[in-house]
Design a protein around this ligand. Structure first.
Ligand SMILES: [Zn+2]
Ligand SMILES: [Zn+2]
Length: 145
């Protein structure tokens, strides 16, 4: 599971004809520095700390733009849309106590060998698994009690 470097991002943005303005870069940087898949609201709060007066609409539009350009993708958890800068296919772990969404390496659950068609004849192109439970911090706390 590879995280893109600043250089990769610049190259990717350029190849998609996307101009990374300071505001857009701030959004990308924040998503890359956070490992918990921030929601649009969290991105909005952070960008406003650095660029006060940034409207909610600008942040939402930028997220959609970056998504359309393939610089990040969207994950839905409990009805909230979150943003993920890791472009390689991977799974997620959702903590039921703190709500954190963490990345899980795909190797932990590879595709069943040779299973390209599901029993209903649907053709599988990609897949991701969501594990649920307690994260290290919350699980550790529970065990101390
Ligand atoms: Zn937790
Ligand atoms: Zn992820």
């Amino acid at each position: 599971m590879r995280r893109l470097t600043q250089q990769d991002l610049d190259q990717l943005a350029r190849s998609r004809g996307l101009n990374l303005t300071p505001q857009r870069r701030a959004i990308v940087d924040f998503l890359h520095s956070a490992s918990n898949h921030p929601s649009a609201e969290e991105v909005f709060a952070e960008v406003n700390r650095r660029f006060p007066m940034t409207s909610r609409a600008t942040v939402y539009n930028t997220l959609n733009l970056l998504k359309a350009a393939g610089l990040l993708h969207e994950v839905f958890e409990d009805g909230v849309s979150r943003f993920d800068p890791v472009l390689d296919p991977h799974h997620h772990f959702v903590c039921r106590a703190c709500g954190k969404v963490e990345d899980v390496d795909r190797e932990i659950m590879p595709a069943p060998a040779g299973r390209k068609l599901l029993p209903g004849k649907q053709r599988v192109e990609t897949y991701e698994v969501t594990f649920r439970g307690l994260c290290a911090a919350c699980g550790g706390r529970a065990e101390q009690q």
